[in-house]
Design a protein around this ligand. Structure first.
Ligand code: AMP
Ligand code: MG
Length: 399
């Protein structure tokens, strides 16, 4: 049976980044990836400026004149009109341009003003408390390279070079279908033999967290015609189609058949992992199709392992994961699994570092065990004892 790393490689090899689009720099663009190098249109700062409230002085002067004549006051946003000569100083506010002649700023706290003179307490080095022109960036210099994620800092930097829009990779469009005769939507109280469709809303939320735009298409009863109708809609209007349930070998598991009939080429259908061994990955043209097992935790793990990285690669992220990092166990851990297992876990942040603990979890139907989890840990197949402090491969979630 296919191992997880090989399955991940198959998915990776089938995913390309989407075509960049002009994107307004609104909150909805947060987390998208810039697809063009963005250069500054200005020198910044545009003039040498003071980074303190104080007095602009000639540093060479200070030894001979401990009392200077204040010739001007320069607020931020105003240009100086006088140059500072020997024995003179100009009062400058934070952000104010440095007057000609001056080469240092003495902070207000180190001076005593009286009338139009100021007493300076000590010497000052040339350049002190002055941000030289162009120190942050020069006109024409690329300040936001292609591939940069649109973080709050990127929004600020793009604003400072005058941009209100940028070429960026779009959010992938994802369609979600829940399958199963037993499902009712959340407002309905389940009748005999029925359960609520928890995967639909969970997958919508997972998609949003992964930076995708999702469309929930509804429940497909275990009926081929209805399933085919929803699948067709998903395939025709999405970058990724996700189905939950109906992928294993049960009598009413129609998903693989319907996908085949609608032209989806299947690349794998089973992976050696727990939870969620039956997991289908296929493509039709550039559209990816994932069939996740119906158990909620299996769906969740399948999404985080395979779909989230695919969405991130489509969205132009150079690092798309899943990135497992070694994290020390908080306590001894003995496990016995017939397959490599991805178990819900909790990260414990302390002043001494981060540790990880498995979340109490009884199996693939246990959404409550997942509620407080903020990581998945990878447990090997077989009977294994790992002691507290030993590092375990951990995939942080919630980010
Ligand atoms: P399946 O993969 O269709 O064989 O379903 C496996 C298990 O997951 C069954 O117990 C289903 O009732 C349950 N299940 C399937 N779909 C959902 C869903 N959308 N929400 C919650 N549980 C589901
Ligand atoms: Mg089913």
């Amino acid at each position: 049976m296919l191992e997880v790393p090989d399955a991940l490689e198959i998915v990776r090899s089938r995913v390309a980044s989407l075509r960049p689009v002009t994107t307004e720099l609104l909150a909805t663009a947060l987390g998208r990836v810039v697809a063009e190098p963005v250069a500054s249109d200005i020198d910044s700062p545009p003039y040498a400026k003071s980074i303190m409230d104080g007095y602009a002085v000639r540093s060479a002067d200070i030894a001979s004149h401990s009392t200077l004549t204040v010739i001007e006051e320069v607020p931020a946003g105003r240009m100086p009109t006088k140059s500072v000569g020997p024995g003179q100083a100009s009062r400058v506010m934070t952000g104010a341009p440095i007057p000609d002649g001056a080469d240092a700023v003495i902070p207000h706290e180190e001076t005593e003003a009286s009338g139009d003179t100021v007493r300076i307490r000590g010497p000052v080095a040339a350049g002190k408390f002055i941000l030289p022109r162009g120190r942050e960036m020069r006109a024409g210099e690329v300040v936001v390279p292609a591939g940069t994620a649109l973080t709050p800092a990127a929004f600020g930097l793009l604003a400072s070079v005058g941009r209100t829009e940028v070429r960026a990779f779009p959010a992938p469009r994802l369609a979600i279908i829940s399958t199963g005769d037993e499902l009712v939507e959340p407002p309905t109280r389940p009748g005999p033999g029925q359960i609520r469709n928890s995967n639909g809303p969970m997958l919508v939320a997972l998609a949003a967290r992964a930076g995708a735009e999702s469309r929930y298409l509804g429940i497909a009863r275990d009926d081929k015609a209805r399933l085919a109708q929803l699948v067709r809609d998903g395939l025709d209007h999405s970058d990724v189609l996700v189905l939950s349930g109906g992928v294993s070998a049960g009598k009413f598991d129609f998903v693989p058949d319907v996908l085949r009939e609608l032209g989806v080429e299947s690349h794998f259908h089973k992976v050696r992992m727990k939870p969620g061994k039956p997991l289908l990955f296929g493509t039709r043209g550039a559209t990816l199709v994932f069939g996740l097992p119906g158990n909620p935790v299996s769906s969740f793990v399948g999404f985080e392992l395979y779909i989230r990285p695919a969405l991130r690669k489509m969205g132009g992220h150079a690092i798309f994961g899943p990135t497992f990092v070694p994290v020390p166990l908080a306590a001894d851990l003995t496990t016995e699994n017939d397959r490599p297992t991805y178990a819900p876990a909790r990260l414990k942040w302390t002043p001494d570092g981060v540790h990880v603990d498995p979340a109490g979890w009884f199996g693939s139907a246990d959404l409550r065990g997942l509620l407080t989890a903020d990581a998945l840990i990878q447990l090997p197949a077989g009977a294994v004892s790992q002691s507290a402090g030993s590092a375990i491969p951990t995939l942080p979630l919630n980010q």
